[in-house]
Design a protein around this ligand. Sequence first.
Ligand code: SF4
Ligand code: SF4
Length: 614
Amino acid sequence: MQLLPTISLYVYRHLTTIVLLMCCLFNTANAGNLVKGDIERMVDYFYIVGEILPDIPAYPLFVRDAANPDAKPELKAYVFESIDFAPVRGYSAKPINLLIQIDLSGNFLRIRLLDHKEPLFLDSAGTQKLERFASQYKGLTHRHTIEIGPFNDPGLRDENVAHVKGVQQGTITVKAINRAILTAATAVATAKLKNGADENVTAVGSAAIPKESKEVKEQKLTTASEESKALNTSSKPVAEITEPRVDADKVSNTSPSAEKTNKLDATNTVAMAGSSKGVNDNSSATQLSVADAEISQPTSLNNDTQSTINSSRELSIQASERDDWIASWQSRRGHIAILLTGLVVLSVALIAQLRFSANPVRMRRLRTLYLLFTVVFIGWIAQGQLTIVNITAATEALSSHGDLSFMMNDPMTVILWLFVGMSLLVWGRGTFCGWLCPFGALQELISLIANALGHKQCRLRAALDAKLKRVKYIILIALMVSLYVAPPMAELLVEIEPFKTAISLYFVRDWPYVLWALFCLTLSIFIYRGYCRYICPLGAALAAMGFLRFWSWIPRRNECGTPCQSCRHRCEYQAIEPTGKIDYQECFQCLDCVSIYQDTERCYPLIQMKKISA
Ligand code: SF4
Ligand code: SF4
């Protein structure tokens, strides 16, 4: 019975390792999935939405002049999802998707944030901040040089350069949004507008326009006047649609995007056939054919031209990503230098662990100073809190496109993960959890303050401690699995980490999150690093990777465990087994036992030797 919890913990760790590795194998697809009906709703039925273009995944938008209902509707704009052209990844490794409307001069008419998984902006307030950021592009063009300033930037703009207000704590995210908008708009403008701006607008034949329902017409009449005001245009909504035509023969799939076009057309058709309400109900037999839409296009691309555009688009995304992260690294030179110095100091101390821990009082003081450095500099100033989101993002990125370059935008994260990766091989999880995790350090400092005030944390029974240690593995497994089977659940589970609240957002957040962070911190007054030992999914992930460690670095004697239990009883993390064996997956590298190992007052064998030699 005594061994059962230990064996179970062992099994949990290996199960977690397997789940982590398997998550890298599952693939997640990234492509826009709006169909024509969705687009119609999203442009508020102000435009007549044509069929998706055969050569690029964009929809033409037409307007009929209400003053002259017999006139042919005119092509006025294009609308498209950024993810189809530029699956740019932010902090979460998931592409940010925007719905972009450009007019025939390439001006942005409207940009809507469709989807994002940026961890700091998942709540409605955060999403609104990103929407506000994207809305600043209205009136600009893809030809503008966009400068993202601080959140209080005055936002000056002229014909060539525009300053937009950034978002606090969101540099990486807004840069990704900027890149997604400009890359996607450039791709559409290059393919569809002359010199990136169409001057010859061609009318589309009235025979090609789909019918509308009464409800849709009424809705258009309501929304059109508002949008007209917004666009400063005299155009009015379409009053009548006549003579539908389906021209399936002309839907030729000759471009790289033909597969998507087919998929979307098929989806559209199914949606129209199966829907019981909405615009498609009354136009199911009457879609604007791709060929008709093509008539209105100023330019048409052959396969070679399109593939040239595609490859130059890829190159341009890569180049712009590279520019972004080079700029990030340059702008954070000071932080990088301090962090590297801190890591060198830590490495020297850990390599020379016997010397470093020879004097317990000095070691305690130095350790406390380092923990302060971790909380204040690494955490609050440099925003270098590693998080489980880094792991979920990396596994998703590896499974979907095998590219981790999105992380390069955050130099602190990259440097810390490289260091943690190397230290995992040598010392195990303890180097990060014991020294470099700001939230972990904050807990320990709180415990130390409680100790200084005379309050001692309670020590759980070994069996209960072992059972509770399983909880973090269960949380991590649930999180990783839900990433693939129930993503909204994963978003919820990620919030178990109070790092974002306590470190990244300085406790300025909705009260349930603040309450949870305070609970985790308060726990450390009663149980030493209680959150770390029993709840933390990041700690569990690092522990599960413990099999990579090749060195049992804590010095041991034959007497460790039998008969001596000195270290075991003093290890605040309960990481030493009754046999004297170190459980490195639960060890936080505090060096207390290394200090005891050479202490003639606390190490039983040394005390015995001292007595014999006296
Ligand atoms: S267990 Fe979690 S909170 Fe604790 S130090 Fe490790 S990563 Fe940080
Ligand atoms: S005292 Fe415990 S936590 Fe600290 S180094 Fe030793 S085994 Fe690890």
